[in-house]
Write a protein that binds this ligand. Structure first.
Ligand SMILES: Cc1cc2nc3c(=O)[nH]c(=O)nc-3n(C[C@H](O)[C@H](O)[C@H](O)COP(=O)(O)OP(=O)(O)OC[C@H]3O[C@@H](n4cnc5c(N)ncnc54)[C@H](O)[C@@H]3O)c2cc1C
Length: 401
């Protein structure tokens, strides 16, 4: 067996690049190629048109281990505390990093900065990144898995990671089903600006439409602070909200969010996302492993999709290191079984907690309002309970991986 083993990664989104870096860092002998269908973007979008992701502390630990965090940190905003409230009700709570003796509860990074840092690091650690190259077919029934590109090239590898997001045709081709759980809600996502310097406070606010997650973005000036907003609204209300002109939209947002940050200055482009949870019913087939959104697409209520993928990238890199050391083929189920067990266990934990949040926060009515208010009030009174909630968000639930 001791030939160099090859990994082919299809998809250069945030997950594909993260898996490539994790694998290359932990396994310098692997020959890793990543194919991305679109050219990688350069340039910086308008500050109010960016998209942000909240990274938990476990993700920060992983990115540090992969040699990325020092370059990325200047482009991130630390979350010093999270204010949780319910519009028109008495309960509210504040979770602080200080209480947990942590430097921050998490960090918010803009996706274009994260993508740029991941791409640079992937190239530094020796991943052969090819873009734009689109894969058009997969072949699972040969000795080794292979893929065909749109320019007619056929590439084989010992292990192929499918990191191409939700790609129904490929799932069909491999005979893999998808479990789909719609929530009846969409997320309207946009950035908003407020006056004053960024204090690093995130807000989770429950409104009659649905929950509003307001995340602090890294500061550009002292006179204006930017926030990334994920506003969950019922499907039947999304069109009406999305089609409001800017002035009316700002007014609806201000009314839902309140005045804790003062008057809304401006909002950027709005995008809409169906809040559907998709999990591939099988995540391995004959040398192909589904990772990232291809394996699981979570609703963004709890901001856990990418954090989960980073955790899985760490787990896979560690399992492949054992297989390489023992001179075993990395694409066979015997080398991937333990990874799959751990990954599916992690997915169940995260999906159960995000489903619970989505259910709790998307329902209306007095029966659900009462416990929700009560739990917010209790969280404020019981530091231990508050710490558990914050730790779940910071990814400190267990240290494995
Ligand atoms: C509104 C919103 C907010 C979110 N906030 C958070 C958050 O705060 N924290 C968090 O952890 N997660 C968050 N997430 C989840 C996170 O954004 C995703 O988990 C992450 O971006 C997944 O990326 P991916 O690389 O798996 O998939 P994708 O981003 O879909 O990337 C797939 C890539 O594959 C390429 N591709 C597709 N087909 C082919 C082909 N045939 N050949 C070659 N390449 C191909 C595509 O061009 C694309 O670049 C959020 C998600 C949403 C929608």
């Amino acid at each position: 067996m001791s030939d160099v083993q090859q990994v082919l990664i299809l998809g250069g989104g945030l997950s594909g690049l993260s898996f490539a870096i994790a694998l290359a860092t932990e396994n310098p002998t692997l020959d890793i190629t990543l194919l991305e269908a679109h050219p990688f973007r350069s340039g910086t979008p308008n500050p109010l048109d960016t998209r942000g992701s909240a990274l938990n502390l476990h993700s920060v630990e992983l990115l540090t281990g992969w040699g990325l965090w020092s370059a990325l940190q200047p482009h991130t905003g630390a979350i010093a505390d999270i204010h949780v409230s319910h519009r028109g009700h008495f309960g509210s709570t504040l979770m602080t990093a200080k209480e947990l003796d942590a430097p921050a509860l998490g960090y918010v990074v803009e996706n274009h900065e994260l993508g740029r840092a991941l791409l640079a690091r992937a190239e530094q650690v020796g991943v052969a990144v090819r873009a734009p190259v689109r894969c058009v077919s997969l072949e699972a029934d040969r000795e080794k898995p292979s893929v065909q590109t749109d320019d007619g090239e056929r590439l084989t590898a010992d292990l192929v990671l499918l990191a191409a997001g939700v790609a129904d045709a490929w799932f069909e081709g491999l005979g893999i089903g998808i479990e789909e759980r719609p929530t009846g809600h969409h997320a309207v996502v946009f950035n908003a600006s407020f006056p004053g310097a960024q204090q690093g406070r995130a807000f989770e606010r429950f409104t009659p439409h649905g929950p509003l997650a307001v995340l602090p973005l890294p500061s550009l000036t002292r006179s204006e602070q930017r926030f990334n907003v994920v506003w969950s609204v019922p499907d039947k209300e999304v069109q009406a909200l999305a089609s409001l002109n800017n002035e009316a939209f700002i007014s609806a947002f201000q009314n839902a969010f309140g005045w804790r940050l003062g008057r809304v200055g401006d909002v950027g482009q709005r995008s809409q996302w169906p809040l559907v949870r998709l999990i591939a019913s099988e995540q391995y087939r004959s040398g192909f492993l589904l990772v990232g959104n291809a394996a699981h697409t979570l609703h963004p209520v709890a901001g856990q999709g990418l954090n989960l993928s980073l955790r899985e990238a760490g787990l896979l890199a560690a399992e492949l290191a054992i297989a390489v050391r023992e001179d075993r083929p990395i694409g066979q189920l015997s080398s991937l079984n333990r990874y799959l067990e751990h990954a599916i266990e992690e997915q169940h934990l995260v999906t159960r907690s995000t489903d619970l949040l989505a259910t709790l926060f998307n329902r209306r009515g007095p029966l659900l309002d009462a416990p929700r208010n009560l739990s917010l009030a209790l969280l404020d009174l019981i530091p231990a309970a508050r710490s558990r909630v914050a730790n779940l968000g910071t990814g400190q639930r267990n240290a494995r991986g």
